[in-house]
Design a protein around this ligand. Structure first.
Ligand SMILES: Nc1ncnc2c1ncn2[C@@H]1O[C@H](COP(=O)(O)OP(=O)(O)O)[C@@H](O)[C@H]1O
Ligand SMILES: CC(=O)OP(=O)(O)O
Ligand SMILES: [Mg+2]
Length: 404
């Protein structure tokens, strides 16, 4: 069975085509910087040369159309016919309290994803465009959705409730949900395998630091707390999102700057975080380069980002009463040796001993970046949300076929 996995992020669209018999990737690719005039499309068919295009791609729908064309391309393609794709699995960020597991897409599921647009305004609408673009191009293919929120359904009430009137939870399900669940689950399992210890015995802080960023306290293999909340806005400082702020800023800024609710939400989701402080944009690569060239705003942005991340790691060590390992993953976590070094240098109190050479080595695979003597092991683990989504989709399709 071939499964196409689509991960439509806020600024990127990643895809992988899996042959499930071997769990092997036939082709993969990504479109980065969607919405900007120089979007970058990279397509990598296994065993063939990479194709790279820089063009204006303003919408997720255009990105998907370009992807299908490449998969079927006479020269670069890996498929002869679109029907060789047996199912599509989508990453969906918000599943609310309705979904504690994955689901096959039907009208009811689509209605629920739409109902949750307000809670994940940068994400759920993009996923829906993805689902619709697949329906338009491949009307008979079954689609599944795998939710970021599902892994965090194990959080206890002390972690998921807000200290506000209970009526808001009971009537409107206002609570903390957490996101990036497939990634936190995957990297914590891999960390246990690399450390050669049972996941059930470990206290791990997983740091998924991409354009969106979140930290999770994974205790005995279960999410016990995570930094994102009712929406992916809470927690760490991110590319364009503020993360934690005093909620009183919202009415105050609305009053002083005469902002509408929509404007203040857009300010916190799209014009805050690294973008706001660096005044250079949200790309950590550019910010690090500018910082190293002496730009003060870039340095402040970097330092705030690192400081807020480190505070969460410390908080989760306290939440779990211990910490065996820290995992860095996603775009920034996997690639920014500078950020990892800054975080680790300031965690020596916990017994983190960074191996500077291992940290700065230009490697892309899974690795430990602390010395053997380090009390807390720090790992870099490339995330693989796509593989988790492919496995879940495969299982749902097999179950469906057995029932029919
Ligand atoms: N070599 C690098 N050094 C520092 N940051 C990087 C590097 N490569 C990618 N990034 C960062 O990773 C971010 C994207 O991460 P990713 O996990 O792909 O995001 P998302 O899925 O949220 O769109 C970019 O904003 C970029 O700043
Ligand atoms: C939930 C979330 O923030 O996702 P992303 O990192 O893809 O923006
Ligand atoms: Mg992502």
């Amino acid at each position: 069975m071939n499964i196409l996995v689509i991960n439509a992020g806020s600024s990127s669209l990643k895809f992988q085509l899996y042959a499930m018999q071997w769990e092997s990737v036939l082709a993969k690719g990504k479109v980065e910087r969607i919405g900007m005039d120089s979007a970058i499309l990279t397509y990598e068919p296994t065993d063939m040369r990479e194709v790279r295009e820089v063009s204006e791609i303003l919408e997720h729908t255009t990105a998907i159309r370009k992807m299908l064309k490449l998969l079927l391309h006479p020269e670069h393609g890996v498929l002869k016919d679109i029907h060789e794709i047996n199912a599509v699995g989508h990453r969906v960020v918000h599943g609310g309290e309705s979904f504690s597991g994955s689901a096959i897409v039907d009208d009811e599921v689509k209605r629920e994803i739409r109902r949750l647009f307000d809670l994940a305004p940068l994400h759920n609408p993009a996923h829906m465009l993805g689902i619709q673009a697949v329906e338009a191009n491949m009307p008979s293919v079954p689609q599944a959705v795998v939710f970021d929120t599902a892994f965090h359904q194990t959080m206890p009430p002390v972690a998921y409730l807000y200290p506000i009137p209970m009526v808001l939870y009971k009537k409107h399900q206002i609570r903390r949900y957490g996101f990036h669940g497939t990634s936190h689950a995957y990297v914590s399992e891999r960390a246990a395998a690399i450390l050669g210890r049972p996941l059930e015995d470990l206290k791990i802080v997983t740091c998924h630091i991409g354009n969106g960023a979140s930290c999770t306290a994974v205790m005995n293999g279960k999410s016990m707390d995570t930094s994102m909340g009712m929406t992916p806005l809470e927690g760490l400082m991110m590319g364009t999102r503020s993360g934690d702020i005093d909620p009183a800023i919202v009415p105050y800024a609305m009053d002083k700057e005469e902002l509408t609710l929509g404007e203040v939400s857009s300010m916190l989701n799209k014009h805050s975080g690294l973008t706001a402080i660096s005044q250079l944009g949200s790309d950590m690569r550019e910010i690090t380069e500018a910082m190293e060239a002496g730009d003060r705003s870039a340095r402040l942005a970097f330092e705030m980002y690192e400081y807020r991340l480190r505070k969460y790691i410390g908080a989760y060590a306290a939440a779990m009463n211990g910490m065996d390992a820290i995992v860095f993953t996603a775009g920034v976590g996997e690639n920014s040796a500078v950020l990892r070094a800054a975080v680790c240098r300031n965690l020596s109190f916990f017994g983190v001993e960074l191996d500077e050479e291992a940290n700065s080595r230009r490697e892309s695979g899974e690795r430990v970046i602390t010395r053997n003597s380090s009390r807390v092991q720090v790992l870099v683990i490339p995330t693989n949300e796509e593989l988790v989504i492919a496995r879940e989709t495969h299982q749902l399709i097999l179950n469906q076929n057995n029932v029919v």
